[in-house]
Design a protein around this ligand. Structure first.
Ligand code: NAD
Length: 511
């Protein structure tokens, strides 16, 4: 990599600024002249452009990463730990800057942006334990004078492709562990809010990560396809919508790569009659409308048992009336959607709901916002009596639209959850321990909450769904993360002593 010039770097004036890739420890323009727009969703304006890499640009970045991977693989555990500790300290000290980037490009409110960073930083802290987490096993004297032990070694260059809704946390989930395990990384963040990735890459450089070990390449399908097909990329970690996750899984595995591809979701919350309805209503509002519903662990469907459904809907509506939607920099509860196009798509489901016979209890269209009128707004919306045949129920809407489906009881609710094509997260609200225990056993879902609406596991467990919410067999971070980013090798060793047995052409047996 020789060309590290930048064209109109980030410091230039708003709409004309162009965000470069980050390759070999510095901004890099690449050769492609394609770019995409980056909006400020609270203002509805383009605030910068981002470069879209060509396949040749991706190839150049992979060459840089491959060259850097050799030395990073040999960096001691202590050295890698030192870099990660330093990175964690810098991130903690400067997280306010990152939170503002997240709010200005994604739209989530500042407090939520801090939450995203905290959950990402948790994985950095976990990854600092790499000495323990990359340990192998040792069996002494499996046969006379013979020992067997396992090593966990880095894969080489790995690719990370991340979604718009967590522009810092999802990259942190993966690259912290990939780097800790001794790999070099190409990160392809969402083109909708790309700046956080460059900010994190620059911080890693400041923390002492050698140049070329983590590279950020921006772009769209062309860049993704180049990563999926490049022979020197050994593994792909993807997070995004189900159709793309499926495509990524099929394409990258066909090209011989190890793949974990986390997809979309439709998360149900089952509210039984014995639940604390105030707790459940708070939870439904928090998990339904936080980050404007643009979370893969958002609750988008409440399954309310008939006997308490009216009271529950009333409690949720009352709470929704207190929410303030507006600019995330102004201390509002809920910000805008990511683009005008996405806002319009989400809004269209409110019409579908009425046509399908559901009751729109709270309509978020045309609400007063504390922000610029041109922002991509849609207020919190509550739709009751949604038929499960409606696309409002079936589709991942990914916006501030909470559906209520009325059910007869536990069995009915569980049946609906287990019929869903998705299986990311789910929650039960109840005071009956027996019902909760049955639920954790019987729900066909990867992450279960019991009186907890967003059951994102802590960093030392692993995160991932079932069914169309995860393709591949490795979840994100936690123990699965270290397994994914390392290859295990088993060594059978004998140091000869004078009593070795001489020639024996039979299959090895133990004596
Ligand atoms: P997306 O699938 O549109 O994009 C994800 C990534 O794929 C981006 O980097 C994008 O540039 C790339 N991409 C988009 N179209 C592509 C194509 N045709 N070919 C190759 N690459 C392509 O997802 P998004 O809209 O950015 O994110 C929201 C989705 O992500 C939701 O479905 C949400 O549920 C899901 N998500 C899932 C999890 C999880 O852990 N399961 C976490 C966060 C988000």
């Amino acid at each position: 990599m020789t060309d590290t010039t930048t064209l109109a770097p980030q410091t230039a004036g708003a709409e004309t600024a162009v965000l470069d890739h980050w390759v070999n420890g510095a901004p890099w323009a690449g050769a492609s002249d394609r770019t995409g727009q980056v909006f400020n969703p609270a203002l509805g304006t383009v605030q910068k452009h981002v470069r879209f890499a060509s396949a040749a640009d991706v190839g150049a970045a992979v060459d840089v990463a491959s060259a850097a991977a050799a030395a990073w693989r040999d960096a001691s555990i202590a050295k890698r730990q030192t870099v990660l500790f330093a990175f964690r300290e810098l991130l903690n000290a400067r997280k306010g800057e990152l939170a503002e980037i997240l709010t200005s490009e994604h739209g989530k409110v500042l407090a939520d942006a801090h939450g995203e960073i905290a959950r990402g930083m948790e994985v950095v802290e976990f990854a600092c334990g790499l000495g323990h987490l990359t340990k192998g096993a040792y069996s002494e004297n499996v046969s006379t004078g013979i020992d067997v032990y396992t090593l966990r070694q880095p894969l080489g260059v790995v690719g990370i492709i991340s979604p718009f809704n967590f522009p810092a946390m999802v990259p942190l989930w993966f690259f912290s562990i990939a780097l800790a395990a001794g790999n070099a990384v190409i990160l392809k963040p969402s083109e909708k809010d790309p700046t956080a990735a460059n900010w994190l890459a620059a911080l890693l450089t400041e923390a002492g990560l050698p140049d070329g070990v983590l590279n950020v390449v921006h772009g769209d399908k062309e860049a993704v396809d180049a990563l999926l097909e490049h022979p020197d990329v050994r593994a792909i970690s993807f997070v995004g919508s189900t159709p793309i996750a499926h495509y990524v899984y099929e394409t990258a595995t066909r090209n011989g790569k190890r793949v974990q591809a986390l997809g979309g979701a439709k998360n149900h919350m089952l509210v039984l009659p014995d639940a604390d309805l105030d707790l459940a209503a708070d939870a439904a509002v928090n998990a339904g409308f936080g980050s404007a519903g643009e979370r893969c662990m958002a609750i988008s469907v409440v399954l309310a048992v008939d006997t308490i459904a009216d009271e529950f809907v009333q409690k949720v509506s009352e709470r929704m009336a207190t929410l303030r939607t507006g600019d995330g920099m102004r201390g509002c509860d809920m910000g805008p959607l990511i683009t005008g196009q996405h806002r319009d798509k989400v809004t269209s489901y409110i019409d579908v709901a009425s046509a399908d016979g559901a009751a729109v209890v709270v309509d978020g269209r045309g609400i007063d916002v504390d922000g610029d009128p041109n922002g991509f707004w849609l207020g919190p919306t509550l739709i009751d009596k949604v038929p499960t045949t409606s696309t409002v129920y079936q589709d991942e809407i990914f916006g501030p639209v909470l559906s209520v489906v009325r059910v007869e009881g536990y069995e009915d609710g569980l049946g609906i959850i287990n019929s869903s094509r998705y299986g990311n997260g789910t929650a039960i609200f109840t005071n009956d321990g027996g019902a909760a225990r049955r639920f954790q056993r019987e729900a066909q879902v990867g992450m279960i909450g019991i009186n907890v609406p967003i059951p994102v596991p802590v960093a030392y467990h692993s995160f991932g769904g079932w069914k169309a919410s995860l393709f591949g067999d490795a979840k994100a971070y936690g123990p699965h993360g270290f397994e994914f980013f390392t290859a295990e090798k088993a060594v059978t060793s004998r140091w000869l002593d004078p009593s070795h047995g001489g020639l024996n052409l039979g299959f090895p047996q133990h004596d």
